[in-house]
Ligand binder design. Structure first.
Ligand SMILES: N[C@@H](CCC(=O)N[C@@H](CS)C(=O)NCC(=O)O)C(=O)O
Length: 258
């Protein structure tokens, strides 16, 4: 009789520029789980996901043997259950709480910052939309930049990416980076065995490093090397687009550190 394979069929739905998708890819690689990546089209991905039967329109989304899961933290837990080793959460209960708290903070507080920045500039600057269209391989990028203006405004509004919020984010960022530095110091992240908090936070730091507006607060800080080690390459970058006075707190904080 033919042997029935018990290898789970894992499909990851996302796109390469998404930092929470990178979180899931890091976990899959760490666990050595084979998977198929389905690349969705940025901007249309919410509609595509709903057409595939997912409950919400966000990536990362995953099917494990047909079972649908969404959200980076939920997917990480599903992978931990699917294949417990190497583990992504410490066995010690108090260390586990620290990692879970850091992971939640990374998802809820830090992860939205580059998303809001990017959606704000994409919704207010046609040259950003044109660059995205070029990267996506669309045939007439200038035309696409005009055609996608209403969509990018809706996407910005959906995550509250307006001038006031983005400016507040830039003011908050030096403190948030200090918090990541503290996590490195106390060993919550940055250990020999990367954990779920490493995988949640490092991709966001990596994106912030590639956005010229936010790069100064990361480059040269202790978190730079850690993030580069976990995520050596990141395909997204963006020249500075925000008014210089909005990003002054980042340069000031970096100068004080030097
Ligand atoms: N916090 C969620 C957020 C996921 C999320 O917002 N993903 C973005 C791409 S980076 C998205 O798919 N947004 C869809 C939309 O806003 O329509 C997670 O970690 O999974």
């Amino acid at each position: 009789m033919a042997k029935v394979s018990s290898t789970p069929r894992v499909k990851l739905y996302g796109f390469v520029l998404s930092h929470p998708v990178t979180t899931v890819r890091l976990a899959l690689a760490r666990k050595g789980i084979a998977y198929e990546q389905v690349n969705l089209r940025v901007g249309l991905h919410a509609t595509q996901l709903r057409a595939l039967g997912f409950a919400t329109g966000t990536v990362p989304a995953m099917k494990i043997d047909g079972q649908k899961i969404q959200g980076s933290r939920q997917i990480i837990r599903a992978l931990e259950e699917l294949q417990p080793e190497p583990r992504l959460f410490p066995a010690d209960p108090s260390l586990r709480i620290a990692v879970e708290d850091a992971e939640r903070w990374g998802e809820e507080t830090l992860q939205p910052i580059p998303r809001r920045l990017f959606r704000y500039v994409a919704s207010t600057d046609a040259s950003v939309r044109e660059a995205v269209a070029e990267r996506e391989g669309l045939p007439a990028p200038k035309l696409a930049a005009r055609a996608t203006a209403p969509l990018t405004k809706r996407m910005a509004a959906k995550v509250g990416a307006d001038a006031e919020q983005v400016r507040a984010d830039m003011n908050a960022l030096p403190g948030l980076i200090r918090r990541v530095e503290q996590m490195l110091k106390d060993g919550t992240i940055g250990g020999e065995e990367p954990n779920a908090a490493d995988f949640q936070i490092a991709p966001t730091i990596r994106v912030l490093m590639n956005l010229e507006d936010t790069a100064p607060i990361v480059l040269g800080s202790p978190v730079e090397e850690w993030a580069r080690h976990l995520v050596p390459d990141y395909p997204a970058d963006l020249p500075a687009r925000l008014p210089a006075d909005w990003t002054a707190p980042l340069r000031d904080a970096a100068a004080q550190r030097a």
